[in-house]
Design a protein around this ligand. Structure first.
Ligand SMILES: Cc1cc2nc3c(=O)[nH]c(=O)nc-3n(C[C@H](O)[C@H](O)[C@H](O)COP(=O)(O)O)c2cc1C
Length: 195
C-alpha cells in the first residue's frame, strides 16, 4: 500500500528538519528536508531522502557534496522559504539573506552553511540509493559543529514544534520492570552472538 504525503498515518512521524545546502549547476541552494536521519556513528553518516526532481538533487549529483544544517526553533522562516520554493525558480539564499539570515562558507566543501542552526555538518556524498519514489543521498560527515544554545525544530502533522522533555520511568518502576524481565529471561543459546 501507499503512505501518501499529508495522510494522517504519515503525519504521525515526528522529525527534525534538515536544511540541505548545495552548490552546483543551479548555483547555491537550500531546501528543507524532514527526512534527515543520522545513520552511522563510525563513520558519521547522515541520509536525506529527496524527491528526484528537486534542484538540490541535481546540485548534489554534480558536486558530490552537501551541507546539513538542522533547523533551530527560531528559524521557521528558513524552513518555510527553503521548503516552499525551488532553487530552479528563486535564489533562496539571497532571499533569506535579505530577510536577515546569515550563511558562512564551509571549511571542506564549496557550500554555504546556515548560521545559527542547531547542527552544521559538512558532508561528501557517500552513496545514492533509490527507495520507492525518493532518492536517498547518504553523506559522510567531514566536519560537524553544534550550537549548544539552539534546539532543533521538530516537524509533525505538517506543523512546527519545539521539544519538551518528559521524565523517564522512575527507579521504582525500573526495578519492578527488572523483576518482570528476570521472570522472562531466556537461556542463552550457544550459537547466539553475545553483544
Ligand atoms: C517542512 C518541510 C519539510 C520538507 N521535507 C522534504 C523532504 O524530506 N524531502 C523532499 O524531497 N522534500 C521535502 N520538502 C519539500 C522541499 O523542501 C521543496 O520541494 C523545495 O522546494 C525543494 O527545493 P529545491 O528544488 O531548491 O531543491 C519539505 C518542505 C517543507 C516545508
Amino acid at each position: 500500500m501507499d503512505l501518501p504525503w499529508g495522510d494522517p498515518r504519515s503525519n504521525k512521524f515526528a522529525t527534525s528538519i534538515g536544511l540541505v545546502t548545495s552548490n552546483g549547476p543551479h548555483g547555491h541552494d537550500i531546501m528543507a528536508c524532514e527526512w534527515t536521519h543520522h545513520l552511522s556513528y563510525r563513520p558519521g553518516l547522515i541520509a536525506v531522502s529527496l524527491g528526484p526532481t528537486k534542484t538540490t538533487v541535481k546540485n548534489i549529483r554534480a558536486s558530490k557534496e552537501f551541507g546539513i544544517n538542522l533547523c533551530a526553533t527560531d528559524q521557521t522562516i528558513i524552513a518555510s522559504v527553503a521548503g516552499g520554493y525551488s532553487g530552479r525558480d528563486y535564489d533562496k539564499i539571497n532571499v533569506l539573506k535579505e530577510i536577515g539570515f546569515q550563511f558562512f562558507q564551509a571549511d571542506n566543501i564549496d557550500v554555504l552553511m546556515v548560521k545559527g542552526a542547531s547542527l552544521n555538518a559538512e558532508c561528501k556524498l557517500f552513496k545514492e540509493v533509490t527507495f520507492g519514489d525518493h532518492v536517498m543521498l547518504i553523506g559522510e560527515v567531514l566536519e560537524a559543529t553544534h550550537n549548544p544554545e539552539k534546539e532543533s525544530l521538530i516537524y509533525n502533522n505538517g506543523k512546527y514544534w519545539s521539544l519538551q522533555s518528559i521524565e523517564k520511568p522512575n527507579e521504582e518502576t525500573r526495578q519492578s520492570i527488572k523483576d518482570i524481565l528476570n521472570k522472562y529471561k531466556k537461556t542463552p543459546n550457544d550459537n547466539d552472538e553475545i553483544r
